[in-house]
Design a protein around this ligand. Structure first.
Ligand code: ATP
Ligand code: MG
Length: 297
């Protein structure tokens, strides 16, 4: 397990204004990692990941049996930051019946004709379940802010000066509503450097089996890198709350990303007071009765 005080460094404290350039995209964001030294680190990271994956399997069963909470995990990142691989690895030990992943792409015409939270509301995890949003309602204050032409048709006057601030407020209220109903929310920004993104794009071009992953629009979006960093920074600052905190995860090394995220998810579940439902006296008597019957066969 990674010490809590190091994980706390990755969480954006509500009300604190962070600057993304202060966050390391490599492996050394947490002091503990620095202390271990990079050579030992990969091995430590894989041990941490393995241990947490085992715990996650158990915790998910408990979450399901307990049937009071649900867990919503939001992943946001620039292209090639490793969202897909992280989801695949971190969720590898989880029972598919208790977990659902939704990947949000460009909204359809029908979705655009509703309020901006509508399509996400329909995909929220039920009690006892884990829901993963691979991109999320945050796109509506990220890509849409960088490309305002993507915005829904809104009546005149609905796009005033405080438009984006109002959306942050809506998101905070939405998440507060979910939390009040038993949803635990974790939000991860996979913080990849521009340099690493280029290396990963080049790999997709160089290796035929990776060609399919390459999309020309990814390079076009890369040209807006600075704008994206600004909108991410603003959104994270406006929406990291006590009930739905953001974590900024270094994403240049996949092993570090995965170990950190698995640790945060597992420890969040560990901190809930999850319990197996108590068996009542009447149920115990029924069980004893059933045992008798079976033994008498
Ligand atoms: P990968 O590239 O790793 O396969 P991805 O999440 O980037 O995964 P894509 O199909 O490449 O998936 O891209 C989805 C696109 O949809 C992104 O460019 C994203 O910004 C865009 N998108 C998602 N939500 C919205 C939204 N609400 N409004 C406009 N565009 C959106
Ligand atoms: Mg993409």
């Amino acid at each position: 397990m990674i010490k809590k005080k190091y994980i706390d460094l990755l969480r954006v404290e509500p009300g604190k204004k962070i600057s993304l350039k202060d966050y390391d995209t490599g492996w050394a964001q947490t002091e503990e990692f620095k202390e271990i030294g990079k050579d030992n680190l990969k091995k430590r990271a894989s041990d941490i990941l393995e241990q947490n994956l085992e715990d996650l399997t158990l915790m998910q069963q408990l979450l399901y049996a307990d049937d009071r909470y649900s867990l919503l995990i939001v992943f946001q990142a620039m292209d090639a930051a490793g969202k897909d691989g992280t989801i695949k690895h971190v969720m590898s030990g989880v029972n598919p019946q208790g977990c659902q992943v939704f990947s949000f792409k460009k909204p359809s015409a029908e979705e655009l004709d509703h309020n901006f939270l509508w399509r996400y509301m329909k995909c929220l995890p039920e009690r006892g379940r884990i829901g993963i949003f691979n991109r999320s309602y945050y796109e509506d204050v990220l890509v849409v802010k960088v490309h305002p032409e993507l915005l829904q048709n809104l009546p005149d006057g609905k796009r005033g000066k405080s438009f984006w601030e109002d959306r942050y407020e809506d998101i905070n209220a939405f998440e507060r509503h979910l939390e009040r109903n038993g949803t635990v929310i974790l939000k991860f920004f996979l913080n990849v450097s521009k340099k690493t993104q280029k290396e990963r794009f080049m790999e997709r071009l160089d290796r035929p089996e990776k060609n399919w992953k390459f999309s020309v629009s990814d390079v076009a979006e890369r040209e807006h890198w600075g704008d994206y960093m600004d909108v991410y920074e603003n959104a994270i600052n406006a929406t990291s709350t006590k009930w739905a905190p953001w974590y900024i995860i270094p994403a240049d090394n996949k092993w570090a990303t995965r170990a950190l995220i698995a640790d945060i998810i597992a420890s969040t579940l560990r901190d809930l007071d999850l319990k197996f439902p108590e068996v009542t006296q009447a149920q115990l008597e029924m069980l004893a009765e059933a045992r008798k019957k079976l033994e008498a066969e």
